[in-house]
Design a protein around this ligand. Structure first.
Ligand code: CTP
Ligand code: CA
Length: 226
């Protein structure tokens, strides 16, 4: 491990990773969230450490041990995650957004617990900040990787996100496919690259997916240097 670390392909590089879900408060006892477990992001963090990188892991609430050697910043809401990621963006050579960031949050947070009443109840929502999009606008040489968990028209959605977010790669998966869903230890992904090419990876562990993504990131730097 010591040997790998010093001779690692990401030695001298800083990787900023967002991982896990976010929580958007409704009142003191309730929040909106999603099924993300953080496994993909933590796998990338672990592999990046092994490849010699400095790893900054900005994570929503998950039940995972952070990889040894990674710097963990725990956050809850999309806004907190944005602020933490922004704070470290300038130090980063690589930014990888694996987090399942809530797209909407309650427009008002009730200060006291909401009490039930007769009849239906509507919850007014407003858009959260798109972290990858906003950091993509501030890009200053960083290699940026986004994820796209889709159920349909995967290529169209992934390519749309690639250009809209100013990313270098979008890693897409079909969450309806067996072995690629939330919480699994495996994934089946396609890596869509800025140059228009795509890499289809077969079913593999999330650690292997992580190594493949990081190998592509290393290639981006090699291309820039040649
Ligand atoms: N992302 C982000 N901040 C958000 C929403 C998404 O940083 N508020 C990042 C995710 O971490 C992921 C990528 O953007 O790397 C794509 O996320 P996804 O939810 O698939 O795309 P959206 O742009 O939110 O579009 P939609 O959910 O409508 O498909
Ligand atoms: Ca989304």
């Amino acid at each position: 491990q010591f040997f790998t670390k010093n001779g690692g392909e990401l030695a001298g590089r800083t990787v900023l990773i967002t991982a896990g879900p976010t929580r958007e408060k409704i009142d003191p006892v309730r929040f909106l969230t999603n099924h993300s477990t953080g496994k993909m992001g933590y796998a990338i963090a672990g592999e990046a450490v092994k490849m010699g990188a400095r790893v900054i892991l900005v994570s929503g609430p998950v039940n995972l041990e952070p990889p040894k050697g990674a710097e963990l910043f725990k956050v809850e809401s999309a806004e907190d995650m944005y602020q933490a990621a922004l704070e470290h963006f300038d130090e980063a050579d690589i930014m990888i957004g694996t987090a399942a960031v809530a797209d909407y949050r309650p427009k008002y947070i009730y200060e006291e617990k909401m009490k039930k009443k007769e009849g239906d109840q509507a919850l007014e929502l407003e858009r959260t900040r798109d972290i990858l999009f906003e950091l993509g606008q501030k890009k200053n040489g960083q290699v940026m990787v986004g994820f796209a968990a889709e159920t349909n028209d995967i290529e169209i959605h992934a390519k749309g996100k690639l250009s809209r977010k100013n990313a270098d790669m979008i890693v897409a998966n079909n969450v309806k496919q067996e072995g690629a869903g939330f919480g699994a230890d495996t994934n089946i992904v396609t890596i869509y690259k800025k140059d228009g090419t795509a890499i289809n990876l077969p079913l593999m562990s999330k650690s292997e997916v992580a190594r493949n993504i990081l190998a592509e990131v290393v290639q981006c730097f090699k291309k820039d240097e040649s």
